[in-house]
Design a protein around this ligand. Structure first.
Ligand SMILES: [Zn+2]
Length: 235
């Protein structure tokens, strides 16, 4: 099923999304074993590890604001009235009111996350230390969040795109964290570019509720993104 020209993209399988991490997903560490099983199936020059890396003051952090809790959904309507003198942007923020308005005008809403992707938590997981591959960082731009590693939430192209183009893969397999966010958006963007994309489902983890999971499955179906399992890949 896997050829020499096929690529594997391991999305954000870092400590920050695993139990104990800044934005821990229940069972996030369960992706490690299945990913390690499929990594050897791909040549080193066809493996990519993406990392979600931020600095304090990022536009997606609740801690960049005053009196807004984690997981609050900030909308353009809410910030439209904010001014330089009167806003909920806190002292740590590395963006301005104008940056925020411009960003939310494009994407309409942004979930405010707990601090994550900081320091060692954001690095390549030591479980994958022996597996070489290209490392791609996203999220370093303080004025934009980025779920997809192909383009950020406001549509600007990111570094995964030229890397994938250079690899010229026949098929791209995607795994990692989290199914409905960074895995899903990356898979959809790659499919949108014309690649044949398959998500290795048991090498991913999603949040608990079914509705968001089914919504991403529907997007996958519409975009032609396929699903497979590590068992099928290993054959
Ligand atoms: Zn992030």
């Amino acid at each position: 099923m896997i050829g020499r020209q096929d690529a594997l993209v391991v999305i954000d399988a870092t400590l920050t999304f695993m139990p104990g991490g800044g934005l821990a997903v229940q069972g996030g560490d369960k992706v490690i074993a299945p990913i390690k099983r499929i990594l050897p199936l791909f040549p080193e020059d066809k493996r990519v590890f993406t990392l979600d890396v931020h600095e304090v003051g990022h536009i997606s952090f609740a801690s960049s604001y005053v009196d807004l809790p984690n997981f609050y959904v900030l909308t353009y309507e809410e910030v439209a009235q904010w001014t330089k003198e009167d806003s909920k942007i806190g002292p740590k923020a590395k963006f301005t009111v104008d940056d925020l308005k411009l960003y939310l005008r494009r994407i309409h809403h942004q979930t405010l996350w707990p601090d994550h992707g900081l320091g060692k938590e954001a690095g390549k997981h030591q479980a994958f230390a022996e597996y070489d591959g290209v490392v791609v960082r996203k999220g370093l731009e303080p004025t934009r969040d980025s779920y997809s590693a192909v383009r950020d939430n406001a549509g600007r192209e990111l570094v995964l795109l030229p890397i994938i183009k250079q690899m010229r893969p026949k098929k791209i397999f995607v795994c990692g964290l989290v199914y409905r966010y960074c895995v899903g958006w990356t898979a959809l963007d790659l499919a949108d570019l014309g690649y044949q994309v398959t998500v290795v489902k048991d090498a991913t983890q999603d949040l608990g509720d079914e509705a968001g999971h089914e919504e991403m499955n529907m997007f996958f179906k519409t975009a032609g993104v396929r699903l497979t399992t590590t068992r099928e890949l290993i054959g």
